[in-house]
Ligand binder design. Structure first.
Ligand SMILES: [Ca+2]
Ligand SMILES: [Ca+2]
Length: 478
């Protein structure tokens, strides 16, 4: 099915779009503007899967082809736009972005994704005035525009977190421990919840033969973390074979604990009714039939990894990375979880794969209409975390502290109790205020359990001596 939507019909279409979208209340978290309801110079098509609503805008393949959204802003200021697009060609389809007739950014890339049924989001922060704003994309090359599905908006600025974060780190708190059948060289990738008076920590452990598996430890206080025994989960129904990067949360609708983790070419989960009993986890079940095509087409020399699930009141969202500059997001409904996850969409991309590498976390900030995204990057000075916020768990994402000079967490904004034992602030997890699938943290009490290592040791990545330490924010505004 396709529908002609001539660009000459802008006034009527713009009016319809404006009327339809004034409806969201002042508390609306984000607004979606479907391309098929906007002014599309070209056809509204539906011949490739993965779109929202009734279709997507397919412009003529020529310079100057354009489409225009009418976007409502409650107040003047900045909005972050998330433009969902498909580009199954082999070249970028750059577009000039203008707002209310003024050029905001020229040649936004709209990079190729591999297939017309694969979708990605460009995150763009723009100035707006109160009321109706025209947001226009104009093709800069002969390919025309990428196919455009919709434009999401989120307010930008006004974060509950300070723009410059400062931290103090503990020394190493959790160490590798071996037994008769496990010769462990590192503990890494922690996920942690505090429940019934105890911390419950799940980690990857790497053995001297470079094999990855999962382990569990529990303690009442951080001073006890170093003496807590490691319970190796390959002796449970989770089983042997490659398992890494766990995430634990309580899925309240089913009154079950979920442990998700990567199993090589896929992501799997186990469940239990009792988080304190590591023998009770169920056997792994994969979320997908295999690695999705969009990941295969975009991961390059990387791999699909570091899966992270967070739910709002309607949906569960699974973020993941590929070590190749892509942050993916997939979605299922709260009612269908753990089944029904969609094909992932590229939620963010950076052409420098080290700069948007892996280890993504997303949290809801308690008491705020705000979500926090953190992604690990590699710099010459070590691993760091960059950060973004959004009023919607699915984005679009606005930079918070995302530069080398102003990171979320790196050696440069961390002081140490005693020796600075690591230059890397790597894969970890914030200490949550609760345990459930909303992954809520207090913006007044940021603590980050992370992996670090002795900077003087050089070894293959899988043999690096990772240990766990705890960052505590020192400039809380609360
Ligand atoms: Ca076209
Ligand atoms: Ca659409």
């Amino acid at each position: 099915m396709s529908r002609l939507a001539r660009f000459t019909a802008v006034p009527l279409l713009a009016l319809v779009a404006t009327l339809a979208l004034i409806a969201p209340s002042a508390s609306a978290q984000a607004s979606r503007y479907e391309a098929e309801d906007a002014a599309c110079e070209g056809t509204v098509d539906s011949n490739y899967a993965g779109f929202s609503g009734r279709g997507f805008c397919n412009t003529p393949n020529r310079v100057g082809a354009r489409m225009e959204f009418t976007v409502h802003a409650e107040t003047a200021g900045t909005l972050t736009l998330g433009v969902k697009y498909a580009n199954g060609s082999t070249a970028a389809r750059p577009a000039d972005l203008s707002v209310n007739g003024a050029l905001v950014r020229s040649a936004v890339a709209f990079e190729p994704i591999g297939a017309w049924s694969s979708w990605a989001v460009e995150n763009l922060t723009v100035p707006v005035r109160a009321g109706a704003n025209t947001v226009r994309l104009t093709a800069a090359t002969a390919g025309g525009l990428a196919n455009i599905d919709y434009l999401d908006t989120a307010r930008a600025g006004d974060s509950a977190l300070p723009p410059n974060l400062q931290w103090n780190s503990s020394g190493p708190l959790v160490f590798p421990k071996s037994d008769a059948t496990h010769n462990i060289v590192s503990v890494k990738d922690p996920s942690v919840v505090y429940h019934n008076g105890r911390y419950h920590v799940f980690v990857s452990v790497v053995s001297a033969n470079q094999g990855y598996s999962l382990a569990y430890l529990s303690f009442t206080d951080w001073s006890q973390a170093g003496s807590a025994p490691l319970r190796f989960l390959d002796t449970t129904a989770i089983g042997t074979g490659y398992k890494a990067a766990p995430q634990v949360f309580y899925f309240a609708p089913q009154q079950r604990w979920y442990l998700t983790y990567q199993i090589g070419d896929n992501v799997a989960y186990s469940t239990t009714a009792n988080i304190a009993d590591p023998a009770s986890w169920s056997a792994p079940k994969p979320f997908y039939a295999g690695t999705p095509q969009i990941v295969l087409d975009n991961m390059g020399e990387g791999q699909w990894l570091d899966f992270w699930t967070i739910c709002d009141s309607a949906n569960c969202h699974m973020y993941s990375s590929d070590d190749n500059g892509n942050l993916y997001r997939a979605q299922t409904s709260l009612a269908r979880f753990p089944n029904g996850f969609s094909e992932p969409v590229i939620a963010m991309h950076d052409p420098n794969h080290h700069w948007l590498f892996e280890g993504a976390n997303v949290y809801r900030l308690a008491g705020e209409n705000e979500y926090l995204l953190m992604v690990e990057a590699i710099t010459a000075g070590g691993r760091i975390f960059r950060s973004w916020t959004s009023s919607n768990v699915s984005g679009p994402w606005t930079p918070l502290a995302d530069t080398k000079e102003n990171p979320f967490a790196s050696r440069s904004n961390v002081t140490f109790d005693g020796t600075a034992w690591t230059n890397d602030i790597s894969h970890g997890e914030l200490i949550r205020g609760g345990v459930d699938q909303t992954l809520t943290v207090s913006p007044c009490d940021l603590r980050f359990l992370y992996q670090g290592k002795d900077p003087d040791v050089s070894a293959p990545y899988n043999l690096l001596p990772w240990r766990l330490g705890l960052l505590t924010q020192t400039n809380s505004p609360c």
